[in-house]
Design a protein around this ligand. Structure first.
Ligand code: NAD
Length: 254
């Protein structure tokens, strides 16, 4: 199937590893002109080297000025962004009593305000050209809260409410906004949640896999498949959705 992504300008934030990198590679494989950003120069360069022609820019998505400069640079070098994939690292785990105001505000800045600011930077040009896709990488925690992920479970619901509201406001300009909700996926984030694997198989991962109907955690490219589809021409009648890619782990209707 032709996804209609050839030569589309796609910006994937936090694209140097994990789900962000797999998503950027997925778009690149479809012939899109891909830009990625992340904080660390070394990982960014290594990621870009896997995608010839990829524009890699250093930017911290918690910093409003850096988002503005980065998105301006993408537009200057590649043209206006057609597809924005909103991605960032996840907020740290923690029980409610472990979290002070600084932890809540930092997580809000990382997860909610980064999405708001990045969208603000690219939305006017999408609306003017009457074509745009915004794909948000969220978590299955918006379908069923993940124990101990207090910040993630809470703030991602705010992102979901914002995305659903905005989707209605901009649908008339053919800008479509959808959310991907990954379950546990083999990336650095999983080590943050489970603890480091050590030498052998991680017993915590085996316990987690046993709770998942498909019996295993996801690979990043399995999440990327939906993130690429939702940014494509083919997904032209979908907006305001939030779709789980979780091996069946959310027990409600996902
Ligand atoms: P990861 O740790 O492998 O990658 C995170 C990326 O974010 C890295 O490239 C890192 O450099 C970048 N990053 C972090 N903070 C940043 C910042 N302030 N500015 C710019 N870049 C920043 O994680 P991942 O598993 O690929 O996670 C991607 C998203 O998916 C996260 O929001 C995560 O919480 C969510 N998620 C992951 C899982 C999972 O099991 N891996 C499950 C559900 C949701």
């Amino acid at each position: 199937m032709d996804l209609g992504l050839k030569d589309k300008v796609v910006l994937v934030t936090a694209g140097s590893q994990g789900i962000g990198l797999a998503t950027a590679q997925g778009y690149h494989g479809e012939g899109a002109r891909v830009a990625i950003c992340a904080r660390g120069a070394d990982k960014l360069a290594a990621a870009a080297a896997t995608m010839p022609g990829c524009l890699a820019l250093q930017a911290d998505v918690t910093d409003a000025a850096q988002i503005e400069a980065m998105t301006r640079e993408v537009a200057a070098q590649l043209g206006p962004v057609d597809v924005l994939v909103v991605n960032a690292g996840g907020p740290p785990p923690g029980l409610f009593e472990d979290l002070d105001d600084a932890a809540w505000l930092n997580a809000t800045n990382l997860t909610l305000m980064s999405a708001v600011r990045m969208t603000r930077a690219v939305l006017p040009a999408m609306r003017a050209r009457r074509w745009g896709r915004i794909v948000i990488i969220s978590s299955v925690g918006v379908k069923q809260p993940v124990p101990n992920l207090t910040l993630s479970n809470s703030i991602r619901m705010a992102v979901l409410g914002w995305a659903k509201t905005l989707a209605q406001q901009v649908a008339g300009d053919n800008v479509l906004i959808n959310t991907v909700c990954p379950g546990f996926t083999r990336t650095a984030r999983i080590e943050q949640i489970l603890g480091p694997a050590g030498d052998g198989p991680n017993p915590a991962e085996a316990a987690m896999a046993a709770q998942i109907p498909l019996g295993r955690i996801a690979e990043a490219k399995e999440i990327a498949g939906l993130a690429v589809f939702l940014g494509s021409e083919v997904a032209s009648y979908m907006t305001g959705t939030a779709i789980a890619v979780d091996g069946g782990s959310a027990r409600g209707y996902a």
